[in-house]
Design a protein around this ligand. Structure first.
Ligand SMILES: Nc1ncnc2c1ncn2[C@@H]1O[C@H](COP(=O)(O)OP(=O)(O)OP(=O)(O)O)[C@@H](O)[C@H]1O
Ligand SMILES: [Mg+2]
Length: 357
């Protein structure tokens, strides 16, 4: 009897010990969780970037030390502060879609700030948590690079124009004078000096071809027609001349009367130049279609060939050994435009430049 009691008690003790161990494990789990929660709660406090929490109307409910220090007036100004403006459509997007956050950039004039706006819950209340960090230095550096690149292109064009004029006006005229002098000499050669006359004839022909070459070089550097007959005819003429020289069948369809800035004219001319050079060099095409057109917002130039096409990474700009595609991208982007390249091996290549008006 005593034995049976003892057995029952000891099995109860074992059960209780097991329960205690279980509870101890739970307490330790809770402690662990609490520590983690505490750590998470202090996180925004130590965050070197700004962390702001607002209600769904954009009224601040929390600011971490960095945010309090940078924008002390934000508590007062609430949703009218530049940092908290325009949150309404973002909230609407959160409600309508499954988006968890929206990224945006804010330029306050003094600073450029990158924001990540998240939809979160504080207990059972919806909140917006806004992580903000200052990217002013990076932005300004990028702008400086853009500005510099623009100036390099400009300087390059001015230099080309100068060399082109020099070649045309100085070297071209000198060769013309030389040719006239040679012709006069040829006229003075006595009839018996046949060899000399022939030599002079060859010198005249040489002078002629040198002058043609110089004229072509000068035109390539800066097509004078751009200033006189405008973009449309200049591009058309370029297509014809290029087609004749390379035996490529190029058809051209343009739009008359475009009034673009000089930089845009030059940009489109250079795009056509490089695109056609690429067709001649790489495409083995039989047909090229060039189109220039305009709509309300932009002017477009497309060059489509039916040649070999090529493999390229989806993300522009391209990483190739050549500078041509890269240069086209850069020129177009400097004017806030976009260059599209549509190509696949075996399916030809279409290059389209879009420039905003
Ligand atoms: N129309 C095209 N048809 C087929 N391949 C092309 C065409 N355009 C470009 N490519 C391919 O893309 C590559 C890059 O062209 P890109 O113009 O940048 O350089 P490149 O013509 O080789 O050299 P560069 O223009 O500097 O003289 C070319 O080498 C070629 O393989
Ligand atoms: Mg090229």
């Amino acid at each position: 009897m005593e034995d049976a009691k003892e057995t029952a008690v000891s099995s109860q003790i074992v059960a209780l010990q097991a329960r205690i161990a279980q509870l101890e494990q739970q307490v330790s789990d809770y402690q662990h969780l609490e520590k983690k929660l505490q750590w998470l709660a202090t996180f925004p406090e130590q965050n070197p970037n700004m962390v702001i929490e607002t209600d769904l109307l954009g009224r601040p409910t929390y600011m971490n030390p960095e945010a309090r220090q940078r924008f002390p007036e934000l508590w007062q100004q609430g949703p009218s502060h530049p940092l908290l403006k325009g949150l309404r459509p973002i909230v609407a997007a959160f409600v309508d879609t499954d988006e968890e956050f929206v990224g945006r950039e804010i330029d306050t004039g003094d600073a450029v700030l990158e924001q990540k706006v998240c939809y979160t819950m504080d207990g059972d209340v919806y909140r917006l948590r806004i992580y903000t960090h200052d990217i002013t230095a990076r932005k300004r550096a990028e702008e400086a690079i853009q500005e510099l690149a623009k100036r390099i292109v400009q300087a390059q064009e001015e230099e080309r124009q100068r060399i082109s004029r020099e070649l045309h006006d100085e070297s071209g005229q000198a060769l013309t004078a030389l040719k006239i002098a040679l012709e006069i000499l040829q006229g003075d050669v006595p009839p018996e000096a046949d060899g000399l006359r022939q030599n002079l004839g060859e010198a005249i022909a040489l002078t002629d071809s040198a002058r043609d070459q110089i004229r072509m070089l000068a035109r390539g550097l800066r097509p004078p027609a751009l200033d006189t007959v405008g973009l449309n005819l200049t591009l058309e003429d370029f297509c014809h001349t290029f087609g004749r020289r390379t035996q490529l069948a190029i058809s051209y369809k343009g739009t008359k009367g475009l009034k673009l800035e000089d930089a845009a004219n030059i940009c489109l001319y250079r795009v056509l130049q490089e695109a056609l050079n690429n067709v001649a060099k790489h495409a083995q095409a039989s047909q090229v279609m060039v189109k220039l057109w305009q709509d309300e917002t932009a002017v477009h130039l497309s060059i489509a060939d039916d040649g070999l096409g090529f493999e390229r990474k989806a993300s522009a700009p391209p990483q190739s050994a050549g500078l041509g595609l890269l240069g086209m991208h850069e020129r177009v982007e400097l004017l806030d435009g976009r260059l599209e390249i549509d190509t696949k091996p075996g399916q030809g290549t279409t290059v389209i430049a879009h420039l905003p008006l």
